[in-house]
Design a protein around this ligand. Structure first.
Ligand SMILES: [Zn+2]
Length: 319
C-alpha cells in the first residue's frame, strides 16, 4: 500500500468509529434457570446463588441470580449466526478489512463491567457500537489495526446491567507474499515469545541463559520439583536449592504443532513432555529428527541452545 492508498483506506475505516452495530435488542429468551444451570455445569461453577433455589431463598437476595459472566450469553444468536446474520456496521467493517488484505483475525482483549445483577425472568437487551479503531500497528502477527466494540446490556426496566468491550486485531497474515514484502522493511525479524520471568522462576531462566537446566530441590526432604515454585509439595518447606540436570531424557508424550503458525518459531515444531533422568518432567521441543520419528519412550539428550536472536532454550535431540 502506498501512503496515499493507506490514507484513503484509513479514511474509510475511521468513518466506522462511533457507528452502531445494533440498537438495544432483546435476547431471544429471558434469563432462565435452565441456561444458568448448563453454564454453571460447563464452567464448573458451584456457587449456590446461581442454581440452588432453596439456598438462594434464604440469601440476602431471596432468589437465584444469573452469573454476571453470563452477560454476553443471553444475546448470542446461536446456530442461526452461521446462516442468518444480517449485515451491520461491524460486518461491513470486517469486509472492508478483508478487501484490503487484512484477512487475519485475532481476539485480543475482553473486558466486562457489571453494574446490576440479572435474575431468572429478566429480559436482557444489548446495544453495540464500534468504539475505537487504532492507528496502523506492526504486530508479531503482521501489520494491522485493532478495533473495539462496546456492548451495553440493560434490563426490561432500562437499568444498565453491564458493559463488555471486545478488542480484535485485523491483520495481514505474514505468509501472504505481497503483504509480507510490503511490510518487511518495517518489521523486526520475529523471535520466540520471551520467557515469563517472575519472582519464583526468574532464577531458572537466568540459569538457562548461562546454558544450564536446573531442577529445584527441597532443602528439607530433598524432593526435586519442576517447574519452579515456592513450596515443597511433599513437606511444605519453603527452603530450597537446586541441582543441574544432565538432560538425559525420555519422551513421555509429544505433539506436532501445526496451527496457528506463530512468527519466530521454526516448523515442523514438536512439543514434548520429557522425563529427565533425575526424575522430574520438562516441556520442551524435540529437534534433529523427523516429527514422525518421535515416539513415546524415545531416548533423548538435551542441550541449551540459542534458538533465535533473543532466546536460549533447552532443546532435545534423539540420543
Ligand atoms: Zn520437602
Amino acid at each position: 500500500m502506498t501512503p496515499e492508498e493507506q490514507k484513503a483506506f484509513e479514511d474509510k475505516i475511521y468513518a466506522f468509529k462511533g457507528r452502531k452495530v445494533c440498537e438495544a435488542t432483546p435476547a431471544k429468551d429471558p434469563v432462565n434457570a435452565t441456561m444458568i444451570r448448563h453454564w454453571a455445569e460447563a464452567m464448573g461453577d458451584t456457587n449456590p446463588a446461581y442454581t440452588n433455589t432453596e439456598w438462594a431463598e434464604k440469601s440476602a437476595r431471596g432468589k437465584t441470580i444469573a452469573p454476571p459472566a453470563m452477560l454476553y450469553v443471553w444475546n448470542q444468536q446461536g446456530i442461526t449466526a452461521a446462516s442468518e446474520r444480517a449485515s451491520n456496521a461491524q460486518s461491513e467493517l470486517v469486509q472492508l478489512f478483508n478487501d484490503y488484505g487484512f484477512t487475519g483475525v485475532l481476539g485480543t482483549n475482553v473486558k466486562q463491567e457489571y453494574f446490576k445483577e440479572a435474575a431468572p425472568g429478566d429480559q436482557v437487551f444489548m446495544e453495540m457500537v464500534i468504539d475505537n479503531i487504532s492507528e496502523r500497528k506492526n504486530t508479531a502477527r503482521g501489520a494491522g489495526y485493532f478495533h473495539e466494540t462496546v456492548a451495553t446490556f440493560s434490563n426490561q426496566s432500562g437499568e444498565k446491567l453491564g458493559t463488555q468491550s471486545f478488542r480484535v486485531l485485523k491483520f495481514i497474515p505474514q505468509d501472504q507474499p505481497a503483504a509480507a514484502a510490503a511490510d518487511d522493511a518495517r518489521l523486526e525479524v520475529p523471535t520466540r515469545i520471551p520467557s515469563p520471568r517472575g519472582h519464583d522462576n526468574g532464577w531458572w531462566w537466568e540459569a538457562v541463559d548461562k546454558g544450564k537446566v536446573m531442577i529445584q530441590r527441597c532443602s528439607n526432604c530433598q524432593t526435586l520439583r519442576h517447574p519452579p515454585r515456592p513450596m515443597c509439595g511433599e513437606c511444605q518447606s519453603m527452603e530450597w536449592d537446586s541441582v543441574e540436570s544432565k538432560l538425559d531424557g525420555e519422551v513421555l508424550s509429544h505433539t506436532e504443532l501445526h496451527h496457528p503458525k506463530i512468527p519466530g518459531y521454526q516448523y515442523p515444531l514438536v512439543c514434548a513432555v520429557i522425563k529427565l533422568g533425575e526424575g522430574t518432567n520438562i516441556v520442551s521441543n524435540v529437534v534433529g529428527c523427523e516429527p514422525s520419528d518421535v515416539h513415546i519412550g524415545m531416548r533423548v539428550k538435551g542441550k541449551v541452545e540459542q534458538v533465535d536472536e533473543k532466546n536460549m532454550l533447552p532443546q532435545f535431540y534423539p540420543a
